[in-house]
Design a protein around this ligand. Structure first.
Ligand SMILES: [Zn+2]
Length: 433
């Protein structure tokens, strides 16, 4: 297989040279303007003894800088309305405003300049090229185009690619499926959950989506596309290769899957990443991802604790990129593991087990305390098959896969909620005191 790159030079650089290049960009593209105009980071940098951009010369120097966390950014926006003090330029320099979906608290507001919006598009072009997207492709965005950054940046990235972009906002799932077929779409961009839902709707309406022109699908917003079970189901439903992508409103589009399908690469041409043990805050192979972006001086992040759990793989990738990769993409949230009867379980592990059964459509997981014991209950919607057999198979799958006894109940199709952005399938009803 021939692997494609957006920038073969940067993407295959020797790691020592890559680190040098990152530090140069950190100094000149981030620290220099930030120390001049950004109150939030000037305070933090000066408190760490950094007054000039040349005070940071090595990776070790960077590791001596304080972390940034989300709570701190939220507080800053409350005390310095409306956008906070993490702004490097006067407000008229900014051309885009987005907000986080606020799944973990108050939404954060984030601004981009013309330059940083262009940087987003470039990062997305790296995602597209790694998946083999070309200017001949037609890209459909099954996305609501609301205030969240979602796939707005992906839409902008399509322009960088010279591909034809078709927005799918304000449409029903049936209309989207019809548009994908009628416009001979070859690349689908949406969340993994929505890709499965859209395929379900198409099937109900008698549209053969697996025979459509879609050859590549790119997913973000949830970890699904890196879970082997979910990936296979999306690929079967669409008859296409499925790729994972990771990014965040406040961080940027930092990760992508290459055609070797061996985890998620960090775009180290545009981001410096560190993995730390969340307790000791020391470097680790598996732990929390800490990220510094290099192309967003207007509203930057330096050593940002993403809360994402990742596992680094330093082995060279078959694609030839020297960029670091994470096995299984983002494995979960640092605080997202459910502790049930002393067992730490990531929601993604449960999803992966349930997705092995093509008969199961939507599902929901509830953890409750019953007679002072933790109980995990799983509701499944069956599209076909024998309910008794399948519930027993899921019970067995959970016991073998995560070592937990669960109760499984089959419910009528259409009972459980559907999601088009971030799915909420896991509910913890326990009260902790
Ligand atoms: Zn690769």
């Amino acid at each position: 297989m021939e692997f494609v790159f957006r920038d073969p030079f940067i993407e295959t650089l020797r790691r020592e040279v890559l680190v040098e290049l990152q530090l140069k960009r950190l100094q000149l593209d981030v620290l220099q303007p930030v120390l001049e105009g950004n109150d939030f980071y000037r305070r933090k940098l000066i408190s760490a003894g950094v007054e000039h951009w040349w005070d940071i010369q090595t990776r070790e120097d960077l590791q001596n800088l304080p972390f940034t966390n989300k709570a701190e950014l939220s507080e800053d926006q409350v005390s310095n309305p409306r956008f906070g003090s993490n702004l490097t330029y006067p407000e008229e320099k900014y051309i885009r405003l987005h907000q986080t979906s606020g799944t973990t608290g108050e939404p954060l507001l984030w601004l981009d300049t013309r330059e940083s919006w262009d940087w987003w598009a470039r990062c997305w072009a790296t995602v597209y090229r790694a998946a083999g997207v070309t200017p001949q492709d037609r890209i459909f965005f099954a996305f609501s185009f609301g205030p969240f950054i979602g796939f707005w940046s992906a839409y902008e990235g399509a322009r960088k690619m010279n591909s034809l972009a078709i927005p799918g906002g304000g449409m029903s799932s049936y209309q989207r499926a019809k548009s994908i077929i009628a416009n001979e779409i070859s690349v689908l961009v949406c969340t993994p959950t929505y890709a499965l839902h859209l395929a379900e709707v198409a099937e109900e309406e008698g549209l053969d989506i697996a025979k459509s022109n879609v050859r590549i699908s790119i997913h973000a917003g949830e970890p699904g596309a890196s879970l082997p079970g979910t990936k296979r189901r999306i690929e079967d439903a669409w008859g296409a290769r499925c790729y994972d992508h990771v990014g965040a409103t406040e961080v940027g589009a930092w990760g992508f899957e290459c055609q070797a399908s061996s985890g998620v690469h960090v775009n180290e041409g545009e981001f410096i990443c560190e993995v730390i043990d969340p307790e000791t805050e020391q470097p680790a192979d598996e732990g929390e991802l800490v990220i510094t972006n290099l192309g967003r001086a207007g509203m930057p992040l330096i050593r940002y604790r993403t809360g994402d759990r990742v596992k680094a793989n330093a082995e060279p990738c078959a694609c030839g990129r020297s960029f670091l990769r994470f096995e299984g993409g983002v494995i979960g949230r640092i605080d997202g593991a459910l502790n049930v009867r002393g067992i730490n379980i990531f929601p993604s592990a449960i999803e992966n087990i349930i997705r092995r059964f093509p008969e199961i459509g939507e599902f929901a997981v509830n953890v409750r305390t019953l007679r002072s014991l933790d109980e995990m209950g799983i509701e499944i919607e069956l599209k076909s098959g024998d309910p008794d057999e399948l519930t027993a198979a899921v019970v067995k799958g959970m016991r073998d896969g995560v070592g937990l006894r669960v109760t499984v109940q089959s419910v009528p199709v259409g009972t459980l909620p559907r999601f088009d952005m971030k799915a909420k399938r896991f509910t913890d009803h326990r009260k902790f005191s």
